[in-house]
Design a protein around this ligand. Structure first.
Ligand code: DON
Length: 604
């Protein structure tokens, strides 16, 4: 990781100084925390959580975090900061930050009310359930992940616009200023930026607009120290700043994207854009050891999985048992296995009835617990597909691959506002096509549909008819932006990319904080465990289990797969105290996952 960007400011003052006289504190900063927190409690890999008295922003790209802090400094609240980060990531983290994709936002207001905005992509109106199959039913796998036919109707601008209009203080023009500046003037590429660009170089080179933006004229890759300028994107962002979502869904921007789609064999029409609407949904919520968890409802399967797992685990004293003891790992594994076996039957709530009440009923959790065996792993194959819904198709899954794609950011302020956003282009750089002169990288979210029952998507997930393609429908997601509170007070905001592993990344962090007594950075750093029903394997990051624990688990029939690579890229904020068992400070503590360098937690 380059160190130059992570300039460290020492907090020069006590908490009694005014809001704006306090310099920002980064992951590496010393602290004015009244408990002397950073001196004594460091993250496992040496990164302490960032700490600040008023507000915190975390994202996967340091310049985007800085954009959020700039907006806080200008008098914005956490919503303003989050919207600023969302637009800035579209410029400085084009692999996953976006306005050509979609996502989810969970919001908590000072009065404790929580909201959920679904701004995920929709299938174009001309989409059909068999659009990725030939006449013999063979699936064209490339078509749902690459090129214009893979593109869903983007929702990000409508989502961020709604956030700003409903709960922001400064207005779009101000909060989008950092993003427009970064696009117009450019920013210096660092190692992590160049790594991402290089990972997609060949595919970006196939699209003339993408090539012009992300490669040198001779086709060679941009290098560390080069400046990435995106004038077309700056103009597009200006139109949005001036006209709100109309600057995207109507007029020049939409027309240009539709024209590029037509030229590239896609099916997007202007009507897809003018008819796009976000959904304001009730967050899914559950309780765990006195904490209220607000998370993503369908069309995400992620929140359902998180709550089902927490419901199952709530009957055990995991603090006493130990999160990574033999018994602790078994309980988590079996809970994950069941939750993932149930996830398959979920879909867009506008199209299917999701059995949420059943899946989150405490008596269902009790019935699952009753099937646990003390010294024997449950066979995944014994959990029948479709227990929850009668019309399920058969499922097969393949191992998920390591992914960081998609991205997470959070902002929280001392008024009690918290925002947790996960948004995505799906794969890195989405479909690897740019919407003509708009400079917008387009998503490949159509692959999150079940393109054909029984055929896995890029994350090894296979869905049922509940997630079949239909015009205007939203594909099932795993994204799980989550906010936790207790007794009416904000406690935590968290989320992560990771494809099918997103729910268990969030779960690992939540359990680390609530049951493991960890600070936010430690809980993020903690090596993760994951089980997704099929394949029948407990996947572990290096160092997650001791050899003793592994040996005993294997003797009990658990198939342990240590993955060579890490997964997820969580970003989180713990509010009020550094750990849940520490005295209250009222400060904000930010943790940014360093599994991929470049992210930053910074406060004010
Ligand atoms: O919505 C979803 O679940 C996926 N499109 C998210 C993709 C993702 O997290 C990729 N990163 N690993």
């Amino acid at each position: 990781m380059m160190t130059s960007k992570k300039t460290c400011f020492r907090l020069l003052c006590s908490a009694s100084l005014t809001f704006f006289s306090i310099l920002p504190v980064t992951c590496r900063a010393a602290s004015a925390d009244p408990l002397g927190y950073q001196a004594t409690h460091r993250g496992d890999n040496g990164h302490p959580a960032a700490v600040a008295p008023h507000a915190m922003v975390v994202s996967a790209q340091h310049l985007a975090t800085d954009a959020g802090v700039e907006i806080l400094r200008a008098g914005g609240n956490a919503v303003d900061a989050a919207v600023a980060v969302g637009y800035a990531l579209a410029v400085v983290y084009p692999a996953a930050g976006n306005i050509g994709g979609g996502g989810f936002a969970t919001i908590r207001l000072p009065n404790g009310q929580t909201h959920f905005i679904d701004f995920r992509e929709h299938a174009p109106l001309a989409a059909t359930s068999t659009m990725y199959q030939d006449k013999d039913g063979n699936v064209d796998k490339a078509a749902s992940v690459e090129g214009w036919r893979a593109v869903g109707v983007p929702g990000t601008v409508a989502g961020l616009d709604a956030l700003e209009r409903k709960w922001g203080r400064l207005g779009l023009t101000r909060v989008m200023a950092p993003a427009i500046r970064l696009a117009e003037e450019g920013f210096h590429l660092e190692v992590d930026d160049v790594d991402l660009l290089n990972s997609a170089r060949d595919r970006l080179a196939r699209d003339s607009y993408a090539k012009k933006i992300f490669l040198n004229p001779d086709g060679s890759a941009l290098e560390v120290g080069d400046t990435l300028v995106q004038k077309d994107l700056a103009n597009t962002l200006r139109r949005v700043a001036q006209r709100g979502d109309k600057g995207f869904y109507e007029g020049e921007t939409a027309q240009e994207i539709v024209a590029a789609s037509r030229r590239g064999g896609g099916i997007l029409t202007l009507k897809d854009f003018t008819s796009y609407k976000i959904r304001a949904l009730e967050p899914l919520h559950c309780n765990y050891r006195g904490y209220r968890i607000d998370t993503a409802p369908p069309p995400s399967g992620g929140g359902v999985a998180i709550c089902e797992i927490l419901n199952i685990l709530s009957a055990y004293d995991l603090k006493q048992i130990g999160l990574r003891s033999v018994a602790g790992v078994k309980l988590q594994t079996e809970a994950m296995r069941h939750a993932y076996s149930d996830r398959r039957d979920l879909g867009d709530p506008a199209f299917v009835k999701n059995p949420i009440d059943h899946l989150l009923d405490p008596s269902y959790a009790a019935a699952i617990r009753a099937g646990f065996r003390r010294d024997r792993a449950i066979d995944s194959a014994s959990l029948l597909p479709g227990e929850a819904l009668p019309q399920s198709d058969a499922f097969v899954t393949q191992p998920a691959h390591e992914k960081h794609e998609t991205t997470q950011f959070c902002a929280a302020d001392r008024s009690g506002i918290a925002v947790s956003v996960t948004y995505t282009l799906n794969g890195w750089y989405g479909a690897h096509v740019v919407g003509g002169r708009t400079g917008i990288v387009m998503n490949d979210e159509m692959d999150d549909f079940s393109v054909k029952p029984g055929v896995p998507n890029m994350y090894g997930i296979v869905g049922s008819r509940a997630n079949a393609i239909a015009p205007g429908k939203t594909p099932l997601s795993s994204m799980s932006p989550t906010i936790i509170s207790r007794d009416g007070k904000l406690v935590m905001a968290i989320g992560s990319p990771g494809g099918s592993r997103i729910p268990t990344v969030v779960l690992n962090v939540v359990l680390g904080v609530i049951d493991g007594g960890m600070d936010i950075q430690q809980a993020i750093n903690q090596p993760r465990i994951h089980e997704q029903w099929m394949p029948n394997a407990l996947e572990v990051e290096p160092g997650a289990l001791t050899s003793h624990v592994s040996t005993v688990l294997q003797a009990h029939g658990y198939q342990i797969k240590e993955q060579p690579q890490y997964w997820g890229l969580a970003q989180g904020i713990l509010f009020g105290r550094p750990r849940l068992d520490a005295p209250v400070t009222g400060f904000a503590y930010g943790g940014s996952d360093q599994r991929h360098a470049g992210g930053l937690a910074r406060g004010l």
